[in-house]
Design a protein around this ligand. Structure first.
Ligand code: FHN
Length: 466
C-alpha cells in the first residue's frame, strides 16, 4: 500500500514537472521552444499588485468553537486541542461531528471578491494535523474521516479560478499534534527534543508533511503560495526539502516567511503592522476579532473604519494585508466578518486605484515617531507615537493622500522635489481640479468643506519628478 502510494506521488511529481516546464516554455523566432525561468520580480508581480488577501482558518476546531467540556478555553480557537490538552483519541472524535453542509465555495469566493480581496489562503492542515482535503498520505482528512465526505479545497480552487482570484494553502509543516513525530504535542507524545533526536520528527516530515505538500501542489491547479507556519525544529536542510518540492512542482508558487529558511517574502508577526516603511516584500496576517479559528463567543470585531485604516496603513508602508475569517462548523463565514469585509470592499470599489499595485509613502512624518523617552510598548520595544491623520500611497507620477481626518480649508503637503500639476478627489467622477498653491518645496491644496468619504477621502496629486 505504502509503495503504491509512493509510486503514485512520484508519477504525479514527474507529470507536474513536465506541466510546469511547459508553463514557462517560450517560443523563439525559429519556432523552437525554450524554457525561460521566471525572475523573482516576475514571480512577485501578482503579490505586489494584489495587496489584500483573505486568510481562512477552518478545521475541526470549529466544532468546539472555543468551549471544551462546558469550559471556555482561553486563547485562539484553533489552539483548543493544545490549550485544553485534549488527547488525540478524544480530539479525533470531532471528525465524526464535522458536517459543514452549509459550505458553499462560490459564496465564500464571492465574499472575498466583494471585499476587494485578490487572493485566498486557506488552512489545508493546521497544527491539529487534520487535512481539510482528500489526502492520500493520511486518512485523517475531511473526505475519509467526516460525514461530509467532500473536498472543500477542490471546490474552492474551482470557484477561485472562475472569479480570477488566486488560491493558496496554509500548511503547518512542523507542528502536527496528531502525529507521534510531529512537533507540539507533548501531552500524548514525548518532548519535541526527543523526536528531533530519535528521527521521529524527520519520519513525520517525510511520511506526512512532504507528501501532503506534494498533493496540494499537484491536485488543485495553480497554487499562488504556500503559507508555512511556526517552524519548530525546522533547519536549513529540512526547509530545503520543502523548497525543492515547491520549486519542482510549481516554480511560480510563492513561499511565505515562516518555513524556517528564507522564503519569497517576509511574514510579519500576527497583527503586527510595522511602524515605518519596510523596503522589501512583506505581508501581515491579521484577525478580524481576536481568534483565527471560529470561537462562538469572540465578538470583538474590528470596525470597517479600523480595517480600512489598517489596509491603507499597510500599503503605505509597502506591505500586503492577509485578513482572516474563521468559518463555523456548518460552513458559514460569521455575518459580522462578512459585513465588515464588504464595507471595506465598497470603499475599495471607489478608491482601489490608490491601493492595488500601489507603492509606499515617500514621506514618513505622517506615520509618527519613536517616543523621545525610554518608554516601552507592550512587547518591550521602544514606544512609538503613531499618527493617524493621513497616509500616502504612490504610483508613478501620482501621490494618493488618504485623509482620515479632514483638514479644514486646505491640506499642507510636506516638501517634495517635483511639482504638483493637478489635484482632485479620487471619489469625484468629474475629477474637478482643486486649487494648488506652491510655497517653496511645500504645497497647499484647497479642499472642499466636506470630505468625499466618511472614513478615508483620497486626494490625488499628479506630480512631476523633481
Ligand atoms: O499558531 C498559529 C496560529 O494558530 C495561526 O495560524 C497564526 C496565523 O498567523 N500563526 C501561528 C501563530 O503565529
Amino acid at each position: 500500500m505504502k509503495t503504491t502510494l509512493m509510486r503514485m506521488s512520484k508519477a504525479a511529481l514527474q507529470l507536474s514537472l513536465v506541466a510546469s516546464c511547459l508553463c514557462f516554455a517560450a517560443s523563439s523566432a525559429s519556432g523552437a521552444t525554450q524554457t525561460k525561468p521566471m525572475s523573482q520580480d516576475e514571480k512577485m508581480a501578482w503579490f505586489r499588485e494584489a495587496k489584500f488577501g483573505l486568510f481562512i482558518h477552518w478545521g475541526l476546531y470549529a466544532v468546539p468553537a472555543g468551549t471544551w467540556k462546558d469550559q471556555q478555553i482561553a486563547g485562539i480557537g484553533e489552539w483548543i486541542m493544545n490549550r485544553a490538552k485534549i488527547p488525540v483519541k478524544e480530539y479525533e472524535q470531532l471528525a465524526g461531528q464535522f458536517n459543514p453542509v452549509k459550505f458553499n465555495a462560490e459564496k465564500w469566493v464571492q465574499m472575498a471578491e466583494d471585499a476587494g480581496m485578490k487572493y485566498i489562503v486557506i488552512t489545508s492542515k493546521h497544527h491539529d494535523g487534520f487535512a481539510m482535503y482528500g489526502s492520500k498520505a493520511s486518512q485523517y482528512n475531511i473526505v475519509d474521516a467526516t460525514p461530509f465526505k467532500r473536498d472543500p479545497l477542490k471546490e474552492l480552487a474551482a470557484a477561485c479560478a472562475k472569479h480570477n482570484i488566486r488560491f493558496g494553502f496554509y500548511y503547518s509543516q512542523a507542528q502536527d499534534w496528531h502525529e507521534p513525530g510531529g512537533a507540539g504535542n507533548t501531552w500524548d507524545f514525548p518532548p519535541d527534543a526527543e523526536k528531533d533526536k530519535n528521527g521521529a520528527y524527520d519520519q513525520y516530515l517525510r511520511n506526512k508533511a512532504e507528501p501532503q505538500v506534494k498533493e496540494l501542489l499537484t491536485g488543485y491547479g495553480p497554487v499562488c503560495l504556500i503559507w508555512f507556519d511556526t517552524p519548530r525544529m525546522m533547519n536549513k536542510e529540512r526547509g530545503q526539502r520543502f523548497i525543492d518540492i515547491v520549486h519542482t512542482l510549481q516554480p511560480a508558487c510563492l513561499i511565505d516567511g515562516r518555513l524556517g529558511t528564507e522564503g519569497d517574502y517576509r511574514s510579519m508577526g500576527d497583527n503586527a503592522i510595522p511602524n515605518q516603511v519596510v523596503h522589501e516584500d512583506w505581508e501581515v496576517p491579521a484577525t478580524l476579532n481576536k481568534t483565527w479559528g471560529y470561537k462562538s463567543y469572540d465578538n470583538d470585531w474590528k470596525t470597517p473604519e479600523e480595517l480600512t485604516f489598517k489596509l491603507v496603513d499597510i500599503v503605505s508602508k509597502g506591505g500586503n494585508y492577509l485578513l482572516n475569517v474563521g468559518p463555523t462548523a456548518e460552513g458559514l463565514i460569521p455575518q459580522p466578518s462578512q459585513d465588515n469585509l464588504r464595507a471595506v470592499g465598497r470603499w475599495l470599489k471607489v478608491n482601489g486605484e490608490a491601493i492595488y499595485g500601489a507603492g509606499s509613502t515617500p514621506f514618513g512624518e505622517e506615520l509618527g515617531a519613536p517616543d523621545p523617552t525610554t518608554r516601552k510598548d507592550k512587547k518591550g520595544n521602544q514606544a512609538f507615537n503613531a499618527k493617524t491623520d493621513w497616509r500616502c500611497t504612490t504610483k508613478p507620477g501620482k501621490l494618493y493622500i488618504h485623509l482620515f481626518k479632514w483638514p479644514s480649508g486646505s491640506f499642507e503637503l510636506p516638501s517634495i522635489k517635483g511639482k504638483v500639476t493637478k489635484a482632485y478627489l479620487l471619489a469625484d467622477p468629474q475629477k474637478q481640479t482643486l486649487g494648488v498653491k506652491q510655497n517653496g518645496q511645500t504645497w497647499s491644496i484647497t479642499l472642499p468643506k466636506t470630505p468625499s468619504d466618511k472614513t478615508d477621502s483620497v486626494l490625488v496629486l499628479d506630480v512631476t519628478a523633481g
